[in-house]
Write a protein that binds this ligand. Structure first.
Ligand code: TA6
Length: 289
């Protein structure tokens, strides 16, 4: 059976060659397996009962990235917005090539979010999230529509937690010469290195990164990420020891060694959407091992 659905999640499978699980809460991809090998990091302390954003997988960030203090319209929203903490509608299968590919969609509108979220943002919108699984790739695509009579601004980001063997051996490539807002160093600079490596907390927004990005382990590419031009920015994050200690749902604490976040989105600037207009951005992650 290529699609199985429960009250809380949808699982896609292509024989025993690939599978994917999406929690309706946040439309959060919580598992992506290629040949039974898990590709995404999911904290052992992740809360999956719909009471907190999932610590791992691919949480969806919308309509705001982080918690900006200089943007009135989103200033009352929680960090990273309401999309990852709302229960989405499963809209069904949109495409299937038996044995090769399967696509499903999820939807979110004002009727699906809490009264609190409505009061915190207050605009009409429609999100349609398309997830496509193939034998060696995962594509996530988000269509954003302004169904309000007023224009509004948004950020969007696929907050992807990749599972990797050991962070000490990992490098992220494709970010050379890109402008960086470094939240750890509290500075901005242009990335000089060909390979972004990790020997402490990393929390950076790479703005207008035009090249595809890869994740290497011991010099061997393990993930390759292509994205549409709308997803101009790439966030790179590893919490390391101290921040891992500070997150109750990050377990075990040493698990920062087995994860890296490489997050495609549009977060460095606000995207303005006029009434009736739509915006679509997608990423395709290829697992190379
Ligand atoms: O994407 C990186 C980041 O913005 C970090 O600053 C860190 O806050 C991370 O997201 C996780 O945020 P969360 O709200 O899920 O704890």
């Amino acid at each position: 059976m290529s699609i199985q659905q429960t009250d809380t999640e949808v699982t896609l499978s292509i024989g025993d060659k690939a599978s994917l699980t999406v929690l309706l809460y946040g439309a959060t991809v919580t598992s992506w397996k290629k040949s039974s090998q898990e590709q995404l990091f999911l904290s052992q302390g992740a809360i999956l009962n719909g009471t907190k954003a999932v610590r791992g997988g691919i949480p969806l960030v919308f309509p705001v990235f982080g918690k900006p203090t200089d943007h009135e319209a989103t200033s009352k929203l929680p960090q990273h917005g309401f999309a990852r903490t709302s229960t989405w509608q499963f809209l069904g299968k949109t495409n299937e090539v038996p044995g090769e590919k399967i696509s499903v969609q999820f939807g979110l509108g004002p009727e699906d979010i809490s009264d609190e979220a409505k009061s915190q943002w207050g605009f009409d919108f429609t999100l349609v999230y398309t997830v496509t699984l193939t034998l060696d790739s995962l594509t996530t695509s988000l269509n954003v529509e302004n169904t309000d009579s007023r224009p509004w601004d948004f950020n969007v980001l696929f907050h992807t937690y990749f599972k990797i063997p050991e962070i000490d051996d990992v490098a992220v490539t494709g970010l050379t010469a890109v402008r960086v807002a470094d939240k750890v160093l509290k500075s901005s600079y242009v990335e000089q290195t060909e390979k972004v490596t990790f020997n402490g907390e990393v929390d950076r927004v790479y703005a207008s990164a035009t090249q595809p990005v890869s994740i290497e382990s011991k010099g061997t590419p393990v993930f390759h990420i292509e994205r549409s031009a709308e997803l101009k920015d790439v966030v790179v994050w590893n919490p390391w020891t101290e921040k891992a200690e500070g997150m109750a749902d990050f377990q075990p604490k040493s698990a920062f060694h087995q994860m890296v976040c490489v997050e495609c989105g549009s977060v460095a600037e606000w995207n303005k959407l006029n009434p009736g207009s739509q915006w679509t951005g997608f990423q395709t992650i290829k697992s190379l091992l």
